[in-house]
Design a protein around this ligand. Structure first.
Ligand code: FES
Length: 95
């Protein structure tokens, strides 16, 4: 199963998730306090930066492409609620 590492402030969390799992839902179900609000890609509250393993995530959703500017996309920014996991990945929550 894919392993997800989440850096959140001074804390680091690790979780194994089923192939194709939604990153935000898996984190929240384990009480990892990733910030979120809408869960539909509209508010940007769940923005995060992918440190490692971008190739193991689903493609950018239409909502992400509409709301995250090109420079931020190049830097690895994603919305956790729009991201599905297919391999090991390390992410950093954006306050
Ligand atoms: S929770 Fe609103 S964009 Fe992800």
């Amino acid at each position: 199963m894919p392993e997800v590492t989440i850096r959140l402030g001074t804390e680091t969390y690790q979780m194994e998730v089923p192939m194709g799992a939604n990153l935000l839902l898996e984190a929240v179900s384990r009480s990892i306090p990733l910030p979120f609000h809408c869960t539909t890609g509209k508010c940007g509250t769940c923005q995060m930066r992918v440190i490692k393993g971008q190739e193991n995530l689903s493609d950018y959703s239409e909502q992400e492409l509409y709301r995250i500017d090109g420079e931020a996309i190049s830097s690895g920014y994603r919305f956790a609620c729009q991201t599905y996991v297919y391999g090991d990945v390390t992410i950093e929550a954006v306050p």
